[in-house]
Design a binder for this molecule. Structure first.
Ligand SMILES: Cc1cc2nc3c(=O)[nH]c(=O)nc-3n(C[C@H](O)[C@H](O)[C@H](O)COP(=O)(O)OP(=O)(O)OC[C@H]3O[C@@H](n4cnc5c(N)ncnc54)[C@H](O)[C@@H]3O)c2cc1C
Ligand code: FES
Length: 277
C-alpha cells in the first residue's frame, strides 16, 4: 500500500458488454478486499482510469452507489486510453484512482419534478443519478428522461430505459438524429425536439443536461427560451485533465477546476465564471 495520491488502485475486469456502437460497459472489482468493502462515491463523480503502459483518462462512474463491491464504467473508444481499454479482456487488471469531483444535487432537488436531457454517452453519469432517484422515488415528483443519439446503434442503456419507463409518474422519450438503416420506429430529430412533447411545470422543475458540448449548448438555449432559470439547469463540463485533484491547473474554468469544483455545475455558475456554453 502506498500513500502516493497518484498511485491507482488495482481493479479486475469482471464483465464487459457492448453497450452501443464503439461503447463498452466494464464491471470492475477492487483487488484489495478492504477497499472493495469501503469504497464510496456519489453520482456525478468520476475516476482516472489507468491502462498500464498507455496512460490515464477521466471516466464517470455509471453504476449506482447502492450497488456495493463493484463499479461500472461505460467507455467510448475514441483515443489512446479508451481504445486500449476496449482491447482488454475479462480477468485483466487496470488502475483506477478516485472518486473525484463533486456530485449531482440530490437533497436540494427533492420535492421537484426532474427533467433529464441526455445525449449519447452523456447518459452514463446521469444513469448513476437516475438510479439513485428511482431508489428513493417517493422523494421526487414527475421524472422525465429525454434521450437522443446520432443514430439507433448509438443508444446506450436500453435495459435501464425500459425499466425507468415503467415506473409510475415517470416518462422516457427517445430520439435519433438520423435513421440510416431504417430500423427505428420512434422520433427522429435532435434531443431538444422532444421538449415540446412533454408537459413541464416550470416553477417546480430542475433540468439535468449531459452530453456532447454541442448538444448541451442547444438544449440549454431551448431551456432558457422556455423560461428555465440558470440555477435550475444542471450540467457537466468536460476538460482535458491530468491530476484530477485540483493541483495541476489543466482543467480550470475561471478560478474553478472542473476536476475538483465540478464536473457538475449549474448554468448560472458557468455564466458567472464567464464560460461560454
Ligand atoms: C469528468 C469527465 C468524465 C468523463 N466520463 C466519460 C465516460 O464516462 N465515458 C467516456 O467514454 N468518456 C468520458 N469522458 C471523456 C474521456 O475522458 C475522453 O474522451 C478522453 O480523452 C479519453 O481518453 P483517450 O486517451 O482514450 O483519448 P485521447 O487520446 O485523449 O483522445 C480523445 C479525443 O480527444 C482528441 N484529443 C486528443 N488530444 C487532444 C488535445 N490535446 N486537445 C484536444 N483534443 C484532443 C482526440 O482527437 C480524440 O478525439 C469524461 C471526461 C471527463 C472530463
Ligand atoms: S486536472 Fe489537474 S487541476 Fe484539474
Amino acid at each position: 500500500m502506498t500513500n502516493n495520491i497518484y498511485a491507482p488502485h488495482l481493479m479486475t475486469i469482471k464483465k464487459m458488454r457492448d453497450e452501443a456502437e464503439n461503447i463498452k460497459t466494464f464491471t470492475l472489482e477492487f483487488n484489495n478486499p478492504a477497499l472493495k468493502e469501503s469504497f464510496a462515491y456519489r453520482p456525478g463523480q468520476f475516476g482516472e482510469v489507468t491502462i498500464f503502459g498507455v496512460g490515464e483518462a477521466p471516466i464517470s462512474i455509471t453504476s449506482s452507489p447502492a450497488m456495493k463491491g463493484y463499479l461500472e464504467l461505460s467507455v467510448a473508444g475514441v483515443g489512446k486510453v479508451s481504445r486500449a481499454m476496449h482491447a482488454k479482456k475479462v480477468g485483466d487488471v487496470i488502475g483506477f484512482r478516485g472518486p473525484y469531483g463533486n456530485t449531482f444535487p440530490f437533497d436540494e432537488v427533492t420535492g421537484k419534478n426532474i427533467l433529464y436531457v441526455a445525449g449519447g454517452i452523456g447518459l452514463a453519469p446521469l444513469r448513476s443519478n437516475i438510479n439513485q432517484m428511482f431508489a428513493e422515488r417517493e422523494k421526487f415528483k414527475k421524472i422525465s428522461i429525454l434521450y437522443g443519439c446520432r443514430y439507433p446503434k448509438m443508444l446506450c442503456f436500453m435495459d435501464d430505459l425500459a425499466k425507468w419507463e415503467k415506473v409510475p409518474n415517470s416518462e422516457v422519450l427517445m430520439t435519433v438524429d438520423t435513421n440510416p438503416a431504417n430500423d427505428w420506429k420512434g422520433n427522429i430529430g435532435v434531443v431538444g425536439s422532444l421538449l415540446p412533447k412533454i408537459e413541464i411545470d416550470l416553477a417546480n422543475t430542475v433540468a439535468f443536461v449531459c452530453g456532447p458540448p454541442i448538444m448541451i449548448h442547444f438544449v440549454i438555449l431551448d431551456l432558457l427560451k422556455m423560461g428555465f432559470k440558470g440555477d435550475r439547469i444542471i450540467t457537466t463540463m468536460e476538460r482535458r485533465m491530468e491530476c484530477g485533484l485540483g493541483k495541476c491547473g489543466h482543467c480550470n474554468i475561471g478560478e474553478k477546476y472542473v476536476c475538483f469544483d465540478g464536473p457538475v455545475f449549474s448554468y448560472q455558475q458557468l455564466k458567472d465564471l464567464g464560460e461560454e456554453i
